[in-house]
Write a protein that binds this ligand. Structure first.
Ligand code: COA
Length: 334
């Protein structure tokens, strides 16, 4: 593929951090009118992690980042950039990226945040990939960190049973090696802004600034029309998975493992079935963490990497869907 000095982008380390506190479905039965049975059959979720009152996105993200740097065996000073995907930043500004840069002591790196909701990790990989391909950088840290528990309406059983907190990270590096391991072969991104109203947090921005009224009306929480989102999530992730493989001329029968966004086991199963994949070919951790937005795919990638179950040359595809709507996929050759 290409000339000898062509830049290739590889993942040289991954990391994750999950808050200690586990919130089970039984715990939720005491908070809203729900049942373990309803949650498990409708979503596949058994438990999720919840951050402490003091923890913000940068705290989870910093831990995941340290873990990824250690795994990549590089120091923070070697980083040229830090890209943080989050919909739950510490605050509007400064960016969570700058806060993590300071926490790590990554003095040489520039830092930025990116909001593509649950597709955020794949969008951030795409931005990092482009910087590396364009020779603007040679090592980039991508972090996906979410504390959804802080924007969850704990009185709304339609949404509070679905969400969780966590962070994942990956270190990307440019190389001219001919056939490097964990090489990104393609990235596909798409957005469908016409569906913005189906999944959003209405207040706190410039459209509805924070006010006594906005707080009273519970507008600072995540709102979702679950049924409509479900349908479009399946269609969009199927399209993204197919397009990502097409972009690197790889057929579905070569796919070893699909790592989909973890929102609902029924969405994951629908995608796996329609792509003709066996259950072993589709990664699942939604039972343990629920939907952690941008962090889901990042944490899953770290778990897959550290399980050492994949072999050199295996084809792996990440695929995600989220508010916006956004969707995306990323094909990696192990
Ligand atoms: N416990 C018990 N009952 C609940 C409940 C809960 N936690 N949440 C909702 N219900 C009720 C509803 O009120 C509804 O009752 P009603 O018929 O009396 O109004 C009933 O369960 C069925 O709701 P329905 O909307 O048909 O359920 P569903 O099968 O669509 O599942 C979701 C609901 C939210 C789990 C599902 O739509 C979903 O996962 N959507 C996509 C979410 C997603 O992927 N979001 C993120 C995208 S990045």
């Amino acid at each position: 593929m290409g000339s000898n000095n062509e830049i290739k982008v590889t993942i040289i380390g991954t990391g994750s951090y999950l808050p200690e506190k586990v919130l089970t479905n039984r715990d939720l039965e005491r908070i809203v009118d729900t049942s373990d049975e309803w949650i498990v059959t409708r979503t596949g979720i058994k438990e999720r992690r919840i951050s402490s009152p003091e923890q913000a996105a940068s705290d989870l993200g910093t831990e995941a980042a340290k873990n990824a740097l250690e795994n990549a065996k590089i120091s923070p000073e070697e980083l040229d950039a830090i890209i943080v995907a989050t919909i739950t930043p510490d605050m509007f500004f400064p960016s969570t990226g700058c806060i993590i840069q300071n926490n790590l002591g990554a003095k040489k790196a520039f830092a930025l945040d990116l909001n593509a909701a649950c597709s955020g990790f794949i969008y951030a990989l795409a931005v990092a990939y482009s910087f590396l391909k364009a020779k603007l950088c040679s090592k980039i840290l991508v972090v996906a960190s979410e504390v959804l528990s802080k924007i969850t309406d704990w009185q709304d059983r339609n949404t509070c049973v679905l969400l969780g907190d966590g962070a994942g990270a990956a270190v990307l590096s440019a190389t001219t090696e001919k056939d490097p391991p964990k090489q990104i072969l393609s990235i596909f991104l798409a957005s469908q802004g016409e569906y913005g109203d189906l999944l959003n947090m209405p207040a706190g921005g410039s459209r509805i600034p924070a006010s006594v009224e906005s707080v009273k009306n519970r507008l600072h929480f995540l709102k979702m029309k679950g049924k409509e989102v479900f349908r479009i999530a399946v269609i969009s992730m199927l399209e993204a998975a197919r397009r990502g493989l097409e972009m690197c001329n790889t057929s579905l029968d070569k796919l070893k493992l699909l790592i989909p966004h973890q929102a609902n086991i029924r969405i994951i199963n629908a995608i796996g079935e329609r792509l003709g994949l066996s259950s072993e070919q589709v990664y699942v951790n939604v039972d343990r963490y629920g939907n952690m937005s941008a962090a889901t795919v990042a944490v899953a990638l770290d778990e897959v990497t550290k399980s050492n179950k994949l072999n050199r040359g295996d084809i792996v595809e990440l695929v995600a869907f989220g508010a916006g709507f956004t969707s995306g996929s990323c094909v990696i050759q192990w």
